[in-house]
Design a protein around this ligand. Structure first.
Ligand code: GLA
Length: 749
């Protein structure tokens, strides 16, 4: 898969679908030659080298060769200050204040599979699943080594990259910037797509045209954030969901990041991805190495769906923590009770849910310390005796006796001003000397760059996991970091704080998951404020958003699906009117949206009508029947919710079964004839049985049987909605209507 032409100094990483080619330029640095659909290996790729003639107003390192300027070269890992004026991939500073570097090629190494990155999450691969190329470059003056690591997956159009720097000189070096990847493209005819939003409206898909200049998304909040996700796409204008070229980039990291695209005055594009250089620096003493997080590059010429499917497969098989069993249908008590509960009330909720078919009971915030509101007790991870006079173990055991699993909420990184932990360890709080500390949700953040903080939390959480025989943890993080500073770091190392913080979080997760390998972990950060590839390495799923409104969830889950598999998206049916939007959406549509996620409930089952209870039993039955298809099949987006209609589907591996969800957001009066929805990726010559999951929770088998090619090309007729409401029409009339179909090939019967 990896070809090296040592006489020409060319490197070609090639699998069945993609090629990535670079070479050593005349100055010894690396130049980029090609990335895209696979091209054949040949003796020399000299034809790909741009033949530049001298350009006006351009500086050049060689007097006799004015055509060779870094400004006009596509590069692999550029630095600033020696004829290239674009933003660089790295910057190192010496004691005299100089920031010029010159890393020239020294050696390469190829090995099977993929090595771990010290202390950081990353994709993994067995020896037969990937091949890795390590390139070493050396700066003579800095006496520093730069190592660039490239892993090509055998069966996926996926390349991962990371970088590391080692200082070999006596004096320290100051690292001001080390991106995970720099990626130069010869043209700028791309659109820049990203997932942006805010609390309760995370990861909506945004699109901008590239123009000369810099465009970027980033976070400097200490987490990947609600506002931007460490993910970006460059796609051709003509690329759709189903066709056209697209490159997706994702960073396996959960803290401050920068994803930046720069179009220069010659119309070439540079994409940078990595730790945000703002507020970052790292001191490298002799022998020290700094490793960047991993960046993932996915190529597809089958549109955005093609790219997403590659990400989903990669994440399922090579990143997200795996479960041995199916993901349980859960109930979470947060929106049912908030802080107002006791043991008896919780047990009633658990028992009523068990009757409905729920498999996991999750006790959310408020079970510890003296926590009856969000003003106290974070850090006091011992049971609230007022609420649980007999201890938490008793409740857990009672729930487990019902045949259900028991789960708990934690917010390990936080501390309340009013807490025992604050009295004991005020020095554990993140704060800048002599400055006031800002509040976020009434709380402060613990300094996770300190080993004793990580050790303390490990011991506390481990004790509770053992005593309650815990099956699930919801790991929350409800505020951004301000007044960032660590009193354990020397003055000149404060730039290391944010990265050291997240290394502490990763270390705690690593230790807990090693000690308790079967525990299911759902991360959360005020909803989806840290829904990223780094956290998913340690967990199985993430709470997608605090917004549980099924209509808002359509765009949130749609955007999230660009790279994250749907079984990682925490999604619950909640009560109406909805607690975030006050909207009343039919129970059927609430479930029809949540089916395309982890699936669970976040309401008080004791307040349900008898009729709704029966419907919910059927919803759970339907979900359990199709859970393995929904959580393991191929997800395909069909209609974007911004158009007032949304649709998506999941098909199994051979196209013999599929589940389709269709959502009509606002009703229109007197509609035209029923519209049809084309169902792609079926088997054209097979007849399909079509079953619809009705709003009353019944399964309607009476639908006609249709051939795959008719469903693919003409489509499945959607129900005619009519708003001059009469009793007969009532089922399909009104706003927020949805339909779910299960299709199976008759050959399978
Ligand atoms: C955050 C989470 C919610 C809930 C509350 C509890 O907001 O996103 O789901 O757990 O905290 O305080």
């Amino acid at each position: 898969m990896i070809y090296v032409n040592e006489s020409k100094m060319e490197f070609h990483l090639q699998n069945e679908s993609i090629s990535y080619i670079f070479h050593v330029m005349k100055n010894g640095q690396l130049g980029q030659l090609y990335y895209g659909k696979r091209i054949s290996q040949k003796d020399s790729f000299a034809s790909l080298i741009q033949v530049n003639s001298p350009t006006p107003n351009t500086a050049h390192p060689y007097l006799e060769d004015p055509a060779f300027s870094l400004e006009t070269r596509l590069q692999e890992f550029p630095s600033y200050g020696t004829t290239d004026f674009r933003d660089p991939a790295l910057e190192l500073e010496t004691e005299n204040g100089a920031t010029i570097s010159n890393f020239v090629y020294s050696s390469f190494e190829i090995h099977k599979g993929k090595k771990k990155i010290n202390g950081l999450p990353a994709t993994y691969a067995a020896d037969h699943e990937a091949e890795t190329l390590e390139i070493r470059l050396w700066d003579r003056l800095l006496e520093a080594e730069l190592k660039l690591t490239y892993t090509l997956f055998a069966d996926l159009p996926v390349l991962t990259r990371s970088a590391s720097i080692t200082n070999h000189r006596l004096e320290a070096l100051k690292l001001n910037r080390l991106m995970s990847l720099s990626f130069d493209l010869p043209t700028s005819d791309y659109e820049f797509l990203h997932l942006s939003g805010a609390w309760a409206r995370e990861r909506n898909l945004k699109k901008r045209k590239l123009e000369q200049g810099i465009q970027a998304i980033s976070s400097v909040r200490g987490s990947s954030s609600h506002a931007q996700n460490p993910f970006a796409v460059l796609k051709k204008e003509e690329t759709t969901e189903f066709s056209g070229e697209v490159i997706g980039f994702s960073l396996v990291y959960s803290s401050n990041f920068l994803a930046q695209v720069e179009v220069d005055h010659y119309g070439t594009t540079r994409f940078l991805l990595g730790i945000h250089p703002f507020q970052f620096s790292w001191e490298l003493q002799k022998g020290d190495t700094f490793d960047t997080p991993e960046a993932i590059i996915v190529f597809s010429d089958h549109g955005l769906n093609g790219m997403s499917q590659v990400f989903h497969t990669l994440y399922r098989e090579h990143l997200v923590r795996k479960t041995n069993t199916a993901k349980p249908v859960m109930i979470n008590n947060w929106e049912a009770t908030y802080f107002d509960f006791d043991e008896e009330k919780l047990f009633e909720i658990a028992s009523a849910s068990q009757q409905l078919g729920v498999e996991l009971f999750v006790l959310d915030d408020g079970w510890f310390g003296k926590r009856n509101s969000d003003k106290t007790s974070l850090g006091d991870w011992f049971v609230n005796r007022d609420k649980f006079p007999q201890g938490l173990d008793t409740l857990a055991a009672k729930i487990q006796k019902l045949g259900m699993q028991f789960g708990l909420w934690f917010e390990p990184e936080m501390i309340s001003k009013k807490s025992e932990l604050m009295t004991e360890h005020p020095d554990w709080v993140i704060q800048t000397p002599d400055r006031t500390s800002s509040f976020g949700r009434n709380q402060f953040v613990l300094d996770f760059s300190k080993q004793e903080v990580v050790d303390y939390l490990y011991q506390k959480i481990d004790t509770i996991i053992k005593s309650t025989k815990l099956s699930y943890i919801k790991w929350d993080m409800n505020r951004n970091i301000t007044e960032a500073y660590s009193n354990s770091l020397p003055v000149h190392r404060q730039g290391e704080f944010f990265h050291r913080y997240i290394l502490g979080v990763y270390q705690l997760l690593e230790r807990l998951t090693n000690a308790h390998p079967t525990i299911l972990i759902e991360t959360c950060a005020g909803g989806g404020g840290r829904f990223d590839s780094g956290m998913l390495y340690y967990s199985h799923q993430a709470w997608t958003s605090d917004n549980t409104d099924a209509i808002d969830r359509l765009s949130i889950q749609y955007g999230t699906s660009l790279l994250y598999p749907i079984e990682t998206m925490g999604s619950h049916v909640s009560a109406v009117p909805n607690h975030q939007t006050y909207r009343t959406v039919p129970l059927s549509t609430r479930a029809n949206t949540a089916f395309f996620g982890t699936f669970g409930y976040e309401l008080d089952p004791l307040k349900l009508s008898e009729e709704d209870r029966e419907i919910i039993k059927n919803q759970i039955k339907f979900f359990k029947k199709h859970r393995s298809l929904l959580h393991g099949g191929t997800f395909i987006r069909l209609m974007n919710p911004t158009t007032n209609q949304a649709a998506w589907m999941v098909r199994n591996g051979d196209g013999s079964a599929a589940i389709v969800g269709y959502y009509n957001i606002l009703a229109g009066a007197n509609p035209a004839q029923a519209k049809k929805l084309r169902i792609p990726s079926l088997n054209p010559n097979e007849a399909y049985k079509i079953v619809s999951f009705e709003p009353d929770g019944e399964v309607d088998e009476k639908h006609e049987r249709l051939m795959g090619d008719e469903l693919m090309n003409s489509g499945l007729a959607l129900k005619l909605r009519f708003n001059g409401v009469n009793a007969e029409m009532a089922e399909t009339a009104g706003d927020f209507h949805s339909e779910v179909y299960y299709l199976t090939s008759l050959l399978e019967e």
